[in-house]
Design a protein around this ligand. Structure first.
Ligand SMILES: [Zn+2]
Length: 562
């Protein structure tokens, strides 16, 4: 008698081989049979020709805090995700002594735009070490989680607030190496760092990892090389992608470990730059045979903001100083016509590469506060400005000032050009993910990277076979992170299984809900065409709704010493 029988599906086993019709049987949390199965089962899901695939593994999330109060990691769980990697971009909640917690919070608040109140109310710090954090996390999980050790936490643990002021001494580097090793022995899947020049803390200081010398970072990564375990996750940014790829290659050469760098994407300010990045990655990946992979996202990055909370202007000095001033001063600055010339020069006229799109035709009004302005919603700033016979910047700032800075705008930072996205997604050295689930919950929701990929790109654009696509979401991610008992449908492996309908699978529009600790609001996103998800042999989502089961585990591969 099986625990669970998934009957009558089409099996996409994760390897990329052709799909076929069959049943999947599960007992004791593991797959015990695939094929035409007639044994009895305590529970049967009749799936009637739907796709049966390994559960998706989301390689880039910031669910470190959220999983503590929301063990399903909503909305990831609705998109077929059965395992999430946390601790990305140098940010993890451990190791952290009581006196380091504030520094970690300051970094999360600004870099990942998770509100301070949510973190203060939602995180009960019951740990110091990575091992203790993983134990707390594992007490109640709906989906599985695996964690990287974050460079920022490690640096604060050893250096305190000096971590955001200076380089480390050789003694401090030795202490940090020890923490990385302890983290890996506690079951971490690798190490993450953050050199993104835009990533600052709440108090405007750079995040701690940005002060690391090459020698420090290299030495910490040597721990992974010595253990022959773990992934290196590099969060970069800025204009010099050639330099970043060279650096990623250098770290792959030095450690022999897989390096995931981010990211390749289309951006409006440099519409052809993705081709150069792809070619450079290809060169080190294929010609030199280095295990270096680039991340990309399947969803455009939608930035929703008001001039009360925007971070997208941080790369421009005058804007940044306005945004860090109290609201009354900020309003005076935005109203000042002299200053507007500076604001215009920095954000629009300057042609140097930026994340901000530098064009008003791709910036839209998402929500107008005043009834008289409602007709502007979903119109571009350029269109509105034309109607008012104004310059785009004047239109943008006048509207916002008239609404007490509560007008919400939306623009697509990256992945706005479908042709470019197709080419990027297809490349074998490119890994799909970067959902950033759990981060910037107030203005974007990309939980549905997997369903967007399967619906929009694989089905509607036909960029690759479904077999290949499933492999990209499962087996390849599991292989890179050393999750050797996941990512494939095979007898003996863990029963993480997603059932979806290839003809309807897609993301749904994000919605706002007020369900965070401290009663704060966030965006969630549901999916179409993903009826069932099984985690460690238990049905977690049935007919699109949570069953109340919490079978998730902390995944501790490779170097774990139990
Ligand atoms: Zn990130």
């Amino acid at each position: 008698m099986y625990d669970l029988l998934i009957k009558g599906g089409r099996i996409y086993d994760g390897s990329g081989m052709p799909s076929y019709n069959g049943d999947v049987a599960v007992t004791g949390g593991k797959i015990v049979g695939i094929g035409r199965l007639n044994g009895g089962a305590k529970r049967t899901l009749n799936v009637d020709g739907l796709a049966v695939a390994p559960g998706f593994i989301d390689p880039h999330t910031h669910l470190d805090a959220q999983l503590l109060w929301d063990p399903l990691g909503t909305s990831s769980c609705f998109h077929g995700v059965t395992s999430a990697i946390i601790g990305n971009c140098g940010l993890s909640l451990a190791p952290a002594k009581p006196e380091d917690r504030e520094a970690v919070i300051k970094s999360f608040v600004r870099v990942e735009a998770i509100s301070r109140r949510v973190l203060e109310e939602g995180v009960k710090w019951k740990w110091t070490t990575t091992a203790e954090y993983l134990d707390v996390l594992g007490t109640r999980l709906g989906i599985n989680a695996a964690s990287l050790v974050g460079h920022i936490a490690v640096r604060h643990y050893v250096m305190g607030e000096d971590a955001v002021e200076r380089q480390a001494t050789p003694e401090e580097i030795t202490k940090m190496k020890k923490l990385v090793r302890q983290g890996m022995e506690a079951g971490a899947v690798g190490f993450s760092t953050n050199q993104n020049p835009r990533h600052i803390r709440e108090d405007k200081k750079p995040v701690a990892s940005r002060l690391a010398s090459d020698e420090e970072l290299g030495s910490l990564l040597d721990v992974l090389g010595e253990m022959n375990a773990g992934v290196v996750q590099l969060s970069g940014g800025g204009a010099d992608s050639r330099g970043r790829i060279a650096y990623a290659a250098q770290m792959a050469r030095r450690t022999g470990r897989p390096v995931l760098w981010q990211s390749i994407s289309h951006s409006w300010s440099r519409p052809n730059h993705w081709q150069e990045m792809l070619a450079n990655t290809q060169r080190v990946f294929q010609e030199e045979g280095l295990p270096i992979f680039a991340m990309t996202q399947a969803k455009p990055f939608q930035n929703r903001y008001t001039l009360r909370d925007a971070q997208c202007f941080d790369e421009f000095p005058t804007w940044k100083s306005a945004m860090f001033n109290p609201v009354p001063v900020r309003k005076q600055m935005f109203a000042d016509l002299e200053l507007r010339n500076k604001l215009r020069a920095e954000a629009i006229e300057d042609q140097s590469p930026s994340v901000f799109p530098r064009r008003w035709d791709v910036i839209f009004v998402d929500h107008a506060k005043l009834a008289k302005n409602k007709s502007f919603e979903r119109k571009s700033v350029q269109d509105i400005a034309r109607g008012q016979e104004k310059d785009g910047l004047d239109c943008f700032l006048d509207l916002s000032l008239e609404e007490d800075l509560d007008t919400r705008f939306v623009h697509t930072n990256t992945q706005g050009d479908p042709q470019a996205v197709c080419e990027i997604l297809k490349h074998p050295a490119v890994m799909i993910g970067q959902s950033d689930a759990g981060a910037h919950m107030g203005y974007d929701a990309r939980f549905g990277y997997s369903t967007a990929f399967l619906g929009c790109w694989v089905r509607d654009h036909g960029i690759m076979s479904l077999e290949e696509a499933i492999s990209k979401l499962t087996f390849r991610i599991a292989s890179i992170f050393g999750l050797n008992d996941r990512g494939l449908l095979r007898s003996g492996l863990a029963a993480d299984i997603t059932v979806f309908d290839p003809t309807t699978v897609n993301t749904l529009e994000p919605e706002y809900v007020q369900d965070l600790p401290g009663n704060e609001t966030r965006m969630i996103q549901k999916a179409a065409g993903v009826p069932h998800t099984v985690v460690n042999g238990e049905v977690v989502i049935e007919n699109g709704a949570p069953t109340g089961a919490y079978p998730g585990k902390v995944l501790r591969p490779a170097a774990w010493k139990s």
